[in-house]
Design a protein around this ligand. Sequence first.
Ligand code: CTP
Length: 302
Amino acid sequence: MASGLCDNLLLATYLSMKTETIICPAMDLDMYQHPSFKRNIATLLSDGVLVIPATKGELASGLEGEGRMEEPEVIADYLSNYFIAETTKSTETVLITAGPTYEAIDPVRFIGNHSSGKMGFALAESCLKRGMNVILVSGPTQLELHHPNLEVIAVKSAEQMLNAVSSKWDKCSIGIFAAAVADYRPVNQEPQKIKKKEERLTIELFKNPDILRWASENRNNAQKVIGFALETNNAEENALLKLKSKNLDMIVLNTLENKGAGFQGDTNKITILDKTNSKKEFELKSKTAVAEDIIESILNLK
Ligand code: CTP
């Protein structure tokens, strides 16, 4: 392929094709490391060929090492993501809020919560896979995501999150508000670290702006707004109230009653309610699979 030979059907096909080509090289470990192989792969990459690199493992020679063809499941996933992105190359820009917010008490302390940001990041990944542009406004998390169609805005407090959202909202067609925003912040942020002098310390709190509500109140007719609800009791009733009062298109309900659902874990169990009164309950799934269900439901919204 690298030198343009075409003495068999496969190579002749490659040389005649005008579409993209994806290869999955596999060979013995020393061959895989050989400079001539590396040179040829570099040539193919610069010719625009997409490469799914070999993985490590047992080789046909009986040796162990790098050169084993990537697992068929991984190749199938790669191809399905490739075709999803190709067929849905969209003009859609999705704004997603994720993670917790930290509300400063003094320079070293804050009020926060246990949100990991995993759900919001999984939603961003699912949108990117479908060829959408994503603006991810994230509170403090350990997570990282890089993609050419992704803009990440890192914030700490609810006020910063609202500023980021309001500066981007008018160029987005969908807003998914998955952040666990602190409902309150300290009225005063002490400029110096608070010393432990008093027996009792009262911190007065002030209500934070509701970012989801702001987005819903400041939207045009084409923009879809999706909220989350985390409820401990009367879950469905409360979620429906939120859907109506915040004028949402859809709300994703997760209850802490479900084992495996919630903040820190890798799984979630959700119910999706929408403004047409439709209700869909889902099984306990990985947050990646849950994200797929959510994005699918958003794209099917009437
Ligand atoms: N939300 C937000 N800004 C806030 C509070 C919440 O954008 N200041 C969003 C969350 O991202 C979520 C939804 O609102 O999508 C629901 O949040 P939740 O805390 O469950 O609801 P609240 O409206 O704050 O009501 P309550 O805490 O009384 O249940």
